[in-house]
Design a protein around this ligand. Structure first.
Ligand code: ADP
Ligand code: ADP
Length: 226
């Protein structure tokens, strides 16, 4: 998995009334490869902002984000697109395409020189891996929330990411499904050494991570998990 080194990272948003809201305030973090890190803290503290900066969905005002020694804050054009495609994103609302089957949702981001046979067998393999063997033809509306999040995780894995960024992945799930999703992410981390960052409100989820980053008003503190 990827190693992350974040140095002096700042991001502010200008509000309509000209005031400035600091969502990342001089963040310094090191995240070891192949670990699960929970990012926790109250609503509005800057958890999503941090994930968006690390995923290069949003641009920092200053500071560096080294992902395996590349400063991704400097990427532009194709290099930026390639970097984003190399990261697995998982969202609270799943963001599946409602008109596509589970199988086609997983295939969608597979940018590939691979043959269509390879693509199809890869999607099949990933759905089996997340426990959805036999549900390939189902539309999202015919799947439970936990199953939809599993499809989204399979989709996030399709380009073999070294880094997975999950923003409140259990926020729409009951406790049993939430625990199942965390178990699945842990299994992927153990099997592939993937580095996984999970933004979560849920203290029970956070406590199972290897380390916990707490965000308050854009500032971070780090502690070890259980
Ligand atoms: P969290 O994920 O912890 O709930 P966010 O990172 O979403 O926090 O938000 C941190 C702060 O930045 C909040 O006050 C939020 O309103 C603000 N914010 C986030 N994104 C934007 C944006 N695109 N424009 C303006 N303010 C934003
Ligand atoms: P390489 O690209 O050097 O051949 P791999 O493709 O085996 O290496 O792995 C690169 C990264 O992709 C690993 O760090 C791992 O996190 C991730 N990875 C590989 N295979 C899978 C998979 N089937 N599911 C999820 N992540 C994977």
């Amino acid at each position: 998995g990827s190693r992350l080194v974040i140095a002096d990272l700042c991001k502010s948003y200008r509000m309509g009334d000209q005031s400035v809201l600091t969502a990342a305030d001089d963040v310094n973090l090191e995240i070891a490869p192949g670990t699960i890190t929970a990012i926790t803290g109250p609503s509005g503290s800057g958890k999503s902002t941090l994930l968006h900066l690390i995923g290069a969905i949003d641009r920092a005002d200053s500071g560096r984000i080294l992902v395996d020694d590349t400063d991704i804050t400097g990427l532009r054009g194709n290099a930026l697109a390639d970097y984003r495609a190399s990261v697995g994103f998982i969202f609270q609302q799943f963001h599946l395409v409602p008109s596509l089957t589970a199988f086609d949702n997983v295939l969608a981001p597979l940018v590939s020189r691979k043959t269509s046979f390879d693509r199809r067998s890869r999607a099949q393999e990933l759905l089996a891996e997340v426990g959805l063997d036999g549900r390939e033809r189902a539309l999202p509306s015919h799947l439970s929330g936990g199953q939809q999040q599993r499809v989204a995780i399979a989709r996030a894995l399709v380009n073999s990411p070294g880094l997975i960024l999950a923003d409140e992945p259990t926020g729409n799930l009951d406790a049993a499904n939430a625990a199942g999703i965390l178990k699945l992410l842990r299994r992927l981390q153990e099997a592939y050494g993937t580095t996984i960052l999970i933004a979560t409100h849920d203290a029970a989820i956070a406590s199972r991570a290897d380390s916990i980053v707490t965000v308050r008003d854009g500032r971070t503190t780090v502690q070890a998990g259980d």
